[in-house]
Design a protein around this ligand. Structure first.
Ligand code: SAM
Length: 128
């Protein structure tokens, strides 16, 4: 009998519970975010909007300029709670992207840039 795929939402919650993703905030992980931030700074010398899909603990925010109008989305409530504590001046939404993205498309919500870091390999539903 074929085994059901793991419940990604639950397993991510467990990871955040165990503080697994705190490694993303460590200084050794700076190279993970710096190229993106350099690109954004070059591409948008003025203010710009940025959508961060699967933002996790929003470690990217540490490196973003203030002129960035940031929105982070993650389906882990624990992650978003942590994000709101760390970056109260930024915007975050707890939502599953497979539900939220089509809604945003329907509303024709637009952003100057979208970041998708370490997310695709989390998807067990290939259509999504
Ligand atoms: C490896 S972490 C990367 C976090 C962040 N992008 C970074 O690079 O620092 C992947 C994140 O994607 C989120 N995620 C995975 N599938 C998702 C989905 N369908 N909807 C929303 N968030 C999702 C997980 O909860 C997790 O926080």
């Amino acid at each position: 009998m074929q085994q059901a795929p793991p419940d990604r939402n639950t397993s991510e919650e467990e990871r955040f519970q165990d503080d697994y993703y705190s490694y993303l905030e460590s200084p050794e992980n700076t190279p993970r975010y710096k190229p993106t931030v350099c690109f954004l700074n070059d591409a948008f010398p003025e203010s710009f909007s940025l959508l961060d899909l699967g933002c996790g603990n929003a470690a990217l925010c540490k490196y973003l300029p203030e002129r960035c109008d940031y929105l982070g989305i993650d389906h882990s409530e624990l992650a978003i709670q942590r994000c709101l504590k760390l970056f109260p001046q930024r915007k975050f939404i707890t939502a599953d992207l497979s539900v939220k993205l089509p809604q945003m498309v329907e509303k024709t919500q637009k952003f100057d840039a979208i970041v998708l870091a370490g997310l695709l390999f989390h998807s067990t539903d290939k259509n999504t």
